[in-house]
Design a protein around this ligand. Structure first.
Ligand SMILES: [Zn+2]
Length: 287
């Protein structure tokens, strides 16, 4: 099946969290500061979802009913979803944010983000970012489309999400969604930086080109596969026009009037292991 995360990888994620925190502080933190003081700004929890289906299939899958509970909880507690475009405008000083903003994200581009998530988002007047893997949408989805349990979004589905006005499409790479010799889209040990950056440019560019061709727009949000972040990726993402990048490190964010604060946003992974109440009590308390 086409799933992205497995329970057995939890220990790896813990190690990655620690490594990602160090990298974030050293390389991505605004002004390069390992600041002990919390910068002034707007707290922003960011939630990471994947597939909305029977949660027994994988740790990254949440039932549509649990997602509905999540949205009802957020609404009842006064949270308002924001888009990456709204966040970017705020950082440039050209827009405002609601009193209690929250960013909802989906990784991997599953068809059930259209069939199950979108109607629920519409019912609650909310929005989200869906980050697709180019090759999955371009090659795998057309061969076995529209099965809510496992299919990926086709280009027609992506266009339907965009047309809803509630979904921004992010890039999850064209074909670097692996955890093998190369960890996600990160540089390999000993790899030459120029060679790596050209490889990344070529991969991400392929999705930008194909999406422009199929949907008339390109992503400005990038989700690092598995949260594998490396400093060599940052200039490439900047030059390609990405204004918001998403990691898998579970920490609060603070949004300021500095656009760089959107690079390396932390996210909380919503797994079926916790109830809606338990998950959001923990996550929102941290913010
Ligand atoms: Zn993924």
């Amino acid at each position: 099946m086409y799933c992205c995360c497995h329970p057995k990888r939890l220990w790896i994620w813990l190690l990655l969290d620690a490594a990602a925190l160090v990298l974030w502080v050293l390389l991505l933190a605004p002004h390069g500061a390992a600041a002990e003081t919390v910068p002034e700004g707007v707290p922003l929890p960011v939630i990471m979802y994947h597939s909305l289906t029977d949660p027994s299939r994988a740790a990254s899958q949440l039932s549509p009913a649990a997602f509905a509970d999540d949205l009802a909880y957020l609404e009842a507690h006064g949270y308002e979803t924001v888009s990456a475009a709204q966040l970017a405008a705020y950082t440039r000083g050209t827009g405002d944010l609601p009193e209690k903003p929250i960013l909802l994200t989906f990784d991997d581009g599953f068809y059930n983000n259209l069939s199950d998530a979108l109607p629920l988002l519409e019912a609650h007047d909310m929005c989200a970012v869906v980050s697709i893997v180019g090759r999955y949408t371009d090659e795998i989805a057309p061969a076995d489309p529209h099965v809510p349990a496992y299919s990926y979004l086709t280009w027609e589905d992506v266009a339907a999400l965009l047309a809803s006005g509630r979904i921004e499409i992010g890039s999850h790479t064209w074909d670097l969604h692996e955890n093998g010799a190369r960890p996600g889209c990160a540089i390999c040990p000993g790899e030459d930086a120029d060679t790596y950056q050209q490889m990344l440019r070529d991969d991400l560019g392929r999705l930008q080109t194909r999406m422009q061709e199929m949907c008339g727009t390109v992503p400005t949000v990038f989700a690092y596969p598995y949260g594998f972040v490396c400093p060599e990726s940052v200039p490439v993402l900047r030059e390609m026009g990405f204004t918001c990048t998403l990691t898998c490190l579970e920490r609060p964010n603070v949004i300021t009037r500095d656009p760089d604060c959107l690079l390396g946003l932390f996210r909380y992974d919503r797994t079926p292991d916790e109830s809606t109440e338990a998950f959001f009590s923990r996550v929102l308390a941290a913010d």
